[in-house]
Design a binder for this molecule. Structure first.
Ligand SMILES: [Zn+2]
Length: 439
């Protein structure tokens, strides 16, 4: 298993073009997209008119910053069809995101959009080393969720054989991998891990299985989990990024060379990275909120969509041969960001440190207060069973070591509480592991 830079590239004319050529093509597409929105979107047209912006005013990519952002609330407020920009009889597919509160958000696609989406997925799959003739087993659910159908049509388009197994029924998945000669598994990383474990329990021989690639999505994939799956299943795993509001999966994908970064399909998405507080652009390579404008959407165009996902982007050329920009895998959301003594702080920074300390479990709780007038961060951790001891001197040794290692990354000292294994409350779904008492 090795990273290869001689894999075919899906659209070499674009993906290996110079940055100037890529920007020029983006400008061309953006002009067409703004014209489409002007002509077809009953939602955006008045908004553009209100700021005195006409399609001809877009002379360079920088002019896009004059346009307003779009937030998820706009999609909720216009539920279900208020942002559609084609007559309903031209909409051939609906998808929706699972809303944790209230109504979901609904998006639509016409024939053109479905085609473009397929191209984006084909590109992402080729980044991961998937080639025509691969046998792709789908362990995503089909349904309103964009993952299943999105990957399905991309795999077919690329010339793969799709095995539309769907979510669940792990034993059947194992049987299918063995009997059908599956080479690519599409799954959430946690379900891939589950398939791996159930297989191991049943004596499934992963080393000699035909499976070669894991194509992950649908949830964040921590590098440690990915590495674990790779070594136990003897496969190469990549993950890709997307969101229903701008299309679904297919915004960006991880290539075989730049691990933990993803090439953005820049012929379909214009990206910006902005300061989540001010909305102003940050410098290249700096962390900020990803803002996406799809460049070729007809039924559901969106301008400057605020993803609330934090990342940084580089336009340095990649060893795989692609010159398209690469974003860091999403590790945090803007809602997770805390400002501690004037500096941005992300819980993922703590997670990164904890991942390197064997003596503590990855479960943690962060509490912030300013009772003393100065921001204070209290971190509660569980010692692993093996190292848990009644000897306070031993505990104190671990405590000092952890505080020091956190300080190296955070540049401030936390108040550290070490507790018995199992003492931090487990929650299902999005864990509420950060409590900010300052608000
Ligand atoms: Zn690359």
């Amino acid at each position: 298993m090795s990273a290869s830079s001689d894999m075919p590239i899906f659209n070499p004319a674009f993906e290996t073009a110079s940055r100037e050529q890529i920007r020029a093509r983006q400008l061309e597409l953006l002009k067409e997209q703004i014209q489409w929105i002007w002509d077809h979107s009953a939602y955006y047209r008045p908004k553009l008119e209100a700021i005195g912006f006409e399609p001809g005013d877009l002379k360079s990519l920088d002019d896009l910053v004059r346009l307003p952002f779009t937030d998820k609330s706009a999609l909720r407020d216009t539920y279900p069809y208020g942002m559609f920009a084609v007559p309903m009889e031209q909409v051939i597919r609906l998808h929706a995101s699972s809303g944790t509160t209230g109504k979901p958000i609904v998006v639509g696609y016409n024939q053109h959009d479905i085609e473009e989406w397929r191209l984006c997925i084909e590109s992402v799959m080729q980044m991961a080393g998937v080639v025509p003739g691969d046998r792709v087993q789908m362990a995503f659910g089909y349904g309103m969720f964009t993952g299943g159908f999105g990957l399905h049509y991309g795999a077919e388009g690329l010339g793969c054989m799709i095995i539309p197994a769907g979510a669940g029924n792990t034993e059947r998945h194992l049987m299918q991998i063995a009997d059908y000669g599956t080479t690519v598994l599409v799954a959430t990383p946690s379900y891939a891990m589950h398939i791996c474990e159930v297989g191991e329990q049943q004596g499934f021989d992963w080393a000699s299985s035909t499976l070669r690639v894991g194509l992950f999505g649908g949830e964040p994939c921590p590098p440690a989990l990915k590495a674990e799956i790779e070594s136990r299943m003897h496969i190469f795993c990549t993950d890709n990024y997307g969101l229903t509001e701008v299309m679904g999966p297919g915004v960006s994908g991880e290539c075989l060379v730049s691990r933990n970064q993803q090439h953005i399909n820049e012929d379909h998405f214009f990206w910006e990275v902005v300061d989540p507080q001010t909305g102003e652009p940050v410098g290249e390579g700096e962390i900020g909120e990803l803002v996406l404008t799809p460049l070729q959407k007809q039924a559901f165009p969106v301008l400057r969509y605020r993803t609330h996902d934090l990342t940084r982007v580089t336009t340095e050329p990649c060893g795989c041969g692609r010159s398209t920009a690469r974003m860091d895998k999403i590790r945090s959301r803007t809602d997770d960001m805390l400002i501690i003594r004037g500096t941005n702080f992300f819980p993922s920074q703590v997670e990164d440190v904890l991942a390197q300390i064997e003596e503590v479990s990855p479960i943690y709780r962060i509490e912030v207060d300013n009772e003393t007038g100065l921001d204070r961060v209290t971190l509660t951790l569980e010692l692993e069973n093996e190292v848990f001891t009644d000897d306070w001197r031993e505990i104190e040794k671990y405590r000092k070591m952890i505080i020091r290692r956190l300080h190296d990354v955070l540049q401030f000292n936390v108040v550290l509480k070490l507790v018995n294994p199992g003492q931090i409350e487990r929650t299902t779904g999005k864990a509420k592991h950060v409590l900010d008492h300052r608000r």
